[in-house]
Write a protein that binds this ligand. Structure first.
Ligand code: ADP
Ligand code: MG
Length: 501
């Protein structure tokens, strides 16, 4: 990244890449500038990103979406992917309510409806509760197209008699290999009418069954959060965890299960993301030109079991309340900082690369040069991100990486992709149970407890058959990042009409 002194606001009507002023506020809080000029470092846009957009970017630039993320953010694609993984790993993928893609899965859908179940119907590609309704009789269902039907979870955990769901912010910082962070703070969105299990009298009551802010803000009972977390219909995720803990419930286990859901969901699409990315940018050693903040919608049931409802690729960054502003600004600020590896770190890598090239001109080309260089670049990122993760906690790859290799392998076979994720993860050793600390640590961080507090037992994993071992002579622990962003840099967040499509 270069030094610049820029410029113009991102909320230009002309380009309007993002409708959310909080993105500009977060940028400025880092001492960076916003711009509409073509020489931006980071482009933040609300819409998705195509392969041709990514292909036209310089390797020094970054954009806030991955081409292909629709594989988990469109409701029908998510259902397709999670359903097919559930066929092979029924116990691992039991966190997603049974779902039918309509019209093609109509037979299964009808048979479930005939058995007196309540289903929820959602448009494939919509949001904010639009077009959603509940059904429990086959006669009520006609002509269903471009929707999914899903088993309605009718025993949600209630707080003050109200249903709520969680919006968890997840940062995908790289796709090849996958790098995933979860933010320690998120939101709990409450329904505004007391909950009763669905019946003929309340089936159409959207203020009871849907927890979307966009729906409930229209109820006169809606209380905006003005800093008084206890009363309002939007609260912080951490306040919910604390409340559960006070009641003696196992919030650490809940947190661990949520992390597991996030990883398993992303793994269903990882090979597709990686292949798409590589087809547009094959020479990005850092695996860092795209990043994405995803909003995972999670419902907790009365047994404290989390269910995945959907994944949003453009989670709302509206800031109608002080709570929204605090949390969303923090998430975006932490994201921008985490993805912006400073020049100083890059120079370390450039030196290593030059050494490789010099060796090569002397005829000593190493067999795994590309893999080794990517491994180095990754270590540099790891060292930086460990220090500058803010409220983000790395959940993948973690010390429990090997628990997921069977899923990753299966995913790569399903997508007929390469095995690069294994190739670029040479430095993770299979941990013994006593060493499995990362997620343990993250759960405790969120609970404000010591990292040594034990969590639930880890499941045993399967070792990958093929791991390329790369030896490194450099120790990156010696790289000092302490003044990485202290120079007055201008990371430019803006629009570039030349690559918009
Ligand atoms: N399977 C389900 N069981 C119970 N409630 C659900 C289910 N699916 C969705 N909901 C409720 O409906 C709301 C909207 O559903 P969601 O899948 O998040 O779609 P949208 O994109 O419209 O937000 C959720 O926030 C939740 O309150
Ligand atoms: Mg939603």
């Amino acid at each position: 990244m270069r030094n610049k002194t820029m410029r113009v606001n991102i909320n230009s009507k002309k380009y309007s890449d993002t409708q959310y002023p909080v993105v500009g506020a977060a940028t400025k809080s880092l001492g960076w500038s916003t711009t509409l000029a073509h020489d931006w470092d980071i482009l933040w846009r609300d819409g998705s990103v195509s392969l041709s957009t990514l292909a036209r970017m310089k390797t020094t630039q970054k954009i806030n979406h991955f081409p292909g993320m629709y594989e988990i953010s469109r409701k029908n694609c998510l259902a397709k992917n999670l359903n097919r993984f559930r066929e092979t790993f029924p116990e691992d993928y039991d966190f997603y309510p049974e779902t039918w893609i309509l019209p093609q899965d109509i037979e299964g859908f009808k048979s479930v409806l005939n058995n007196k179940n309540t289903l929820i119907i959602k448009p494939d590609a919509s949001s904010q509760g639009k077009g959603i309704f509940l059904v429990n009789k086959i006669e009520e269902v006609k002509d269903l197209k471009n929707v999914i039907g899903q088993k309605y979870i009718n025993n949600p955990l209630l707080i003050d008699g109200l249903k709520f769901d969680l919006r968890i912010y997840v940062l995908v910082a790289g796709c090849d290999p996958l790098r995933v962070y979860i933010h320690e703070e998120g939101l709990a969105r409450f329904a505004t009418e007391p909950y009763s299990p669905p019946d003929m009298n309340n089936l159409n009551n959207r203020f009871m069954h849907l927890t979307n802010y966009a729906v409930n803000k229209h109820n006169e009972k809606f209380i905006q959060n003005q800093g008084d977390n206890e009363q309002s219909h939007k609260r912080s995720f951490s306040s919910i965890l604390k409340k559960l803990e006070k009641e003696g419930r196992d919030s650490a286990n809940l947190w661990d299960d949520i992390c597991d859901i996030i990883i398993k969901t992303l793994l269903t699409a990882q090979p597709f993301l990686a292949t798409s990315y590589k087809s547009a940018q094959s020479n990005d050693y850092y695996n860092g030109m795209c990043f994405e903040v995803l909003g995972f919608d999670i419902l907790i049931d009365s047994d404290l079991r989390p269910w995945l409802l959907e994944v949003n690729f453009t989670p709302s960054f509206t800031t109608d309340s002080p709570l929204d502003l605090n949390i969303k600004k923090q998430v975006i600020t932490d994201t921008l900082r985490l993805v912006s590896l400073p020049d100083r770190s890059k120079q370390v890598f450039e030196k290593i690369k030059t050494q490789y090239i010099q060796k090569r001109t002397l005829g000593k080309k190493t067999a795994h040069e590309n893999i080794e260089l990517r491994g180095f670049a990754q270590e540099i990122r790891d060292a930086y991100e460990t220090q500058y993760c803010g409220g983000f906690i790395k959940i993948y790859p973690g010390s429990d990486y090997f628990e997921y290799t069977k899923i990753l392998k299966h995913s790569q076979i399903l997508w007929a992709g390469g095995f690069s994720d294994f190739l670029y993860l040479p430095r993770i050793k299979k941990p013994s149970f006593s060493e499995s600390k990362d997620r343990n640590h993250s759960a405790n961080k969120i609970r404000g407890k010591s990292p040594n507090t034990p969590m639930k037992t880890q499941r045993s994993g399967i070792s990958p058959k093929r791991i390329v071992k790369v030896k490194t002579k450099l120790s990156f622990s010696s790289v000092d990042f302490s003044c990485s962003h202290s120079r007055s840099k201008s990371y430019l967040i803006g629009s570039d009409s030349s690559i918009l499509n």
